[in-house]
Design a protein around this ligand. Sequence first.
Ligand SMILES: CC(C)(COP(=O)(O)OP(=O)(O)OC[C@H]1O[C@@H](n2cnc3c(N)ncnc32)[C@H](O)[C@@H]1OP(=O)(O)O)[C@@H](O)C(=O)NCCC(=O)NCCS
Length: 173
Amino acid sequence: MNIRPMKLDDIPAVVLVDTLAGILLPWSPAAYAAELRKPTSWCWVCERLTEQPLEYVSPFPSVVGNLSYPAGTPAVIGSLTLWDVAGEGEIANVAVHPQFWRQGVGRALLQTALHQAALLGLKRILLEVRASNQPAQHLYRSFGFIEDGRRPRYYSNGEDAILMSLRLNQHKS
Ligand SMILES: CC(C)(COP(=O)(O)OP(=O)(O)OC[C@H]1O[C@@H](n2cnc3c(N)ncnc32)[C@H](O)[C@@H]1OP(=O)(O)O)[C@@H](O)C(=O)NCCC(=O)NCCS
């Protein structure tokens, strides 16, 4: 697998992967394009050579078309966006195509973001995650993120947000 900076051409795949991964309010293609222009945003994708043909069927074809990767071609299977918010990092988005869960993609993306954050001199990384999202919480805890607080009923379905943070000189890599 290869982690590299996101390009404009990757955006349809990134939006479809977000949707397939179950992100309830995925960013639009325009929102991702805006991220790529911001000097305070870093966006990466994980690309992997397909062993078999891979089809991404779009649930909203008027926004993003279907995608089709023949066998043996590089497919975008995950992405992560890091923000520099006034000198602190924030993991704004991370998602991996469900077919590739538990294969180290999320870990590789997060590792890349933490490395970039260290290069930028960010001392702390923050994020929020749904209380029910145990896979993501496990991933973050495995890097040393700790729970800092909770925002009750933060999400539109009434679910709490868990606030997590990591002091960069403490992360395990
Ligand atoms: C969270 C997510 C990005 C993890 O991606 P992934 O590529 O499957 O993660 P990895 O394979 O790199 O897993 C790394 C570690 O995270 C933890 N983890 C990941 N999925 C897990 C699960 N289903 N249950 C428990 N722990 C899990 C484990 O500690 C795992 O290490 P291990 O496999 O050695 O035990 C992925 O599940 C996803 O896209 N979820 C939907 C979108 C989402 O929730 N985004 C986060 C919003 S805050």
